[in-house]
Design a protein around this ligand. Structure first.
Ligand SMILES: Cc1ncc(COP(=O)(O)O)c(C=O)c1O
Length: 344
């Protein structure tokens, strides 16, 4: 039987044989006691990579965002983020429920924000009717924006605004290394602009679990306390941190291939008249259709999994578990399901 080609997300990637070996051989200790040497190695490596004082290993990107918000705001504050940002849509309302935050949002189809748009949303007044803005959160790459990435100057402009207005700046870099790969910008360059930066190890980098939050020592110390409060303290977590270290050392360079396959997929389907909703500079593609649910069923019957994204789009995400044969099968399946209808 042919293997399923799973384009639902880059989170479906499974640990590679080398990664599994690194996990099996990891030196471990109780990380809640601060005793796990592999977790320390991952955190030190991540902090150095992003040019930050400290880093914290967390179970998920959701928890990384949440502890970043908790550590840099107070309940009742307002944060500014894109209206398509992951924490606004897909983190189960934790901003409101757990962090007690209000949100003001910026509209942009690519999920990016400009300094001018952010500036329009900042509220700083002694008028007690208002909730004060204290943090800005950007996403790089943008999930709902088709994997768009920020140019360095765009982040720097937002950072300058935040410095001028005394606001903290967080970067949700769940796919930061995809942004670095596509834009040829070092992670450290992006990170320099932001107070805190999180990134996921469990998406295109292929680790089974884990995210890292980086920042200054005081903020990371506060984040550590919130991680514990949320139940995110992990014991012999070195087994997982070893996968993360392996991913950073061995898998980052493969992201370019994921992007190239995404480009080839798009080119092949556009040649058949299939329409794409947004540019796709990295590994995330949105395909236009008037029947996402029906199309997904037909694709599944051909051994290809994709995800409905609203009433008019299908999302397909390329990742390290899709090889050339998988790309070919994906193109053929999408052609069979979508191309004839779009030519009608
Ligand atoms: C941009 C972005 N931020 C945060 C997350 C949350 O990551 P996790 O699924 O590890 O909680 C995701 C997950 O897809 C994401 O795309």
């Amino acid at each position: 039987m042919q293997e399923i080609v799973d384009l639902r997300s880059d989170t479906v990637t499974r640990p590679s044989p080398g990664m599994r070996r690194a996990m099996a051989e990891a030196e471990v200790g109780d990380d809640v006691f601060g005793d796990d040497p592999t977790v320390h190695r991952l955190q030190d490596h991540a902090a150095a990579l992003l040019g930050k004082e400290a880093a914290l290993f967390l179970p998920s990107g959701t928890m990384a965002n949440l502890v970043a918000f908790l550590a840099q705001t107070h309940p009742g504050d307002t944060i500014i983020l894109s209206e398509s940002a992951h924490p606004f849509h897909y983190e189960s309302g934790n901003l409101a429920m757990v962090a007690g935050l209000m949100t003001r949002t910026v509209a942009d189809p690519l999920g990016k924000m400009t300094a001018e748009q952010v500036s329009e949303q900042v509220v700083q007044t002694s008028d007690t009717h208002y909730s004060p803005t204290t943090l800005v959160a950007l996403e790089n790459t943008t999930n709902r924006g088709g994997g768009a990435c920020y140019e360095y100057y765009e982040v720097e402009n937002i950072a300058q605004l935040c410095r001028d207005r005394g606001l903290r700046l967080h970067c949700d870099g769940a796919r930061l290394f995809n942004a670095c790969t596509a834009s040829n910008i070092d992670a450290e360059f992006y990170a320099r602009c932001c107070d805190t930066v999180s990134f996921c190890l469990s998406k295109g980098l292929g680790a089974p679990v884990g995210s890292v939050l980086t920042g200054d020592r005081d903020t990371i110390a506060r984040a550590l306390r919130f991680r514990k409060m949320l139940g995110g303290g992990m014991r012999q977590a070195g087994v997982l941190a070893a996968a993360g270290l392996y991913a950073l050392e061995n898998h980052v360079q493969d992201l370019e291939e994921d992007h190239r396959r995404a480009r080839d997929f798009r080119r092949a389907l556009e040649a058949e008249g299939v329409q794409f909703a947004l540019p796709s500079p990295t590994n995330i593609l949105y395909i236009e259709t008037n029947d996402p649910a029906g199309d997904i069923k037909e694709l599944r019957a051909l051994g290809v999994l994709a995800m409905a994204a609203g009433a008019e789009r299908i999302r397909a995400v390329f990742h390290r578990d899709i090889d050339e044969a998988g790309l070919h099968r994906a193109v053929e399946a999408f052609k069979a399901v979508l191309a004839p209808r779009q030519r009608d």
